[in-house]
Design a protein around this ligand. Structure first.
Ligand code: BGC
Length: 249
């Protein structure tokens, strides 16, 4: 989904960082990224990245993750954001990856390979956890390869909202207009119009108190945001990987 900034750790970050160290992984339709963060979401390593394999099956993606992981010295636990529906650590959909992900035990597989506790969540939910205030109804949408969405009431996630695949206009889904395909097909000016329209539509559908917009293409939003709408900073996105661990952090 493209929310990990290219943060650079301070020199001797590993030595001065507060444990536990979380290996935050972002599995996206375009890139695979990871970095290690300390308890306060301070980067302990730089961000490492590889392109998502052309045929992004679980086996191929895990192979690339394995090679990225060798660049991260050590960590205590793993948080992974995945671009699809997650149930009990299994990936249930993967619209922008490969059908082999349906029913795949990603949590179990990473745990088995790397011997550390793992939590996997939808990528938009991870970003949301880092961004929300925990007050009222908060909706997060992410604009990247796909369009992600996560709905929270009083800080609790209502899992499985896949707004990107709901009808938006002309019998086509939100993601067709607001995801990478839409940006390419319609160009930035029209794409911005659709983003604004989506803001209005979701306001009426969910009656959110606040809407957050994140993802790699959020930086292309060029209109003045309406009241109660804000952009999610990359740093907030990272914090979500820590928040996945809740009060165990
Ligand atoms: C997926 C979502 C994901 C979004 C952003 C969509 O295609 O269905 O689960 O959050 O892309 O990666």
């Amino acid at each position: 989904m493209d929310f990990m900034p290219e943060a650079q750790p301070s020199t001797n970050a590993q030595a001065s960082s507060t444990p536990p160290i979380t290996l935050a992984i972002d599995i996206g339709g375009t890139g695979l990224k990871m970095m290690a963060l300390d308890k306060d979401a301070k980067p302990v390593t730089g961000r490492v990245r590889s392109d998502t394999p052309i045929k992004p099956t679980p086996a191929r993606v895990l192979e690339v993750l394995e090679s990225l992981r060798t660049q991260i010295p050590s960590f205590d636990r793993i948080s992974a954001g995945f671009p699809g529906v997650i149930k009990d650590g299994h990936t249930m959909t993967a619209a922008n990856l490969h059908p082999d992900w349906v029913g795949f035990d990603l949590e179990g597989e990473l745990e088995k390979r790397w011997g550390k506790p793992v939590r996997v969540a939808n990528d938009a939910a991870v970003q949301g956890y880092g961004a929300i205030a925990g007050v009222g109804v908060e909706l997060v949408i992410t604009l990247g390869t796909g369009m992600g969405s996560a709905l929270f009431t009083r800080g609790r996630l209502c899992p499985g909202l896949e707004l990107g695949h709901h009808p938006f206009r002309k019998k086509r889904e939100y993601e067709d207009f607001l995801g990478r395909r839409g940006l390419k097909e319609f160009g930035p000016k029209k794409w911005n119009k659709y983003v604004l329209k989506a803001i209005e539509q979701t306001a009426h559908t969910f009656n959110w108190d606040h809407l957050y917009i994140g993802g790699g293409n959020a930086k292309l939003v060029s209109f003045t945001l309406p009241e109660h709408v804000s952009l999610v900073s990359n740093q907030d996105g990272l914090l979500g990987g820590i928040k996945l661990w809740g009060d165990q952090a």
